[in-house]
Ligand binder design. Sequence first.
Ligand code: FES
Length: 137
Amino acid sequence: MTTGAQRATVDLCGVDELEPGVVRAVCLPNDRVLCVVRVGDEIRVFNATCPHHYASLTNGVVHNLLEAGAPPALTVDRERWVITCPWHRWEYDLESGHALCDRRLRIKLYDSEVVDGRVVSRLAPKAASGDAPPLRA
Ligand code: FES
């Protein structure tokens, strides 16, 4: 693995090893742990440490974003995915990485692609795309 513009790719796991919505922990040679998860037709790779109080997100729960409307309305956004931390239940948007309750905190997402059935990454930070989800109190 190298850093800089010419980053080598890191083989993380096989696509067939990913159950939809289930976090797979991948330990890198430097002991850093990443989470790899398949959401819909896409794959997300992110740091396994929750930025709130450093719980491991490898035991987090992945689900669609739920948005509250006027009671009793609750909508499910099937295009957006979040992970809920097992310790204090903070949720992080898996597109932008932002915590839904505090946009100052975010998990670091990385690039990934599938090559010959394997999930690989240059471990380059993924640019946040789209708007951050609604802030939750
Ligand atoms: S440690 Fe993750 S929400 Fe507190």
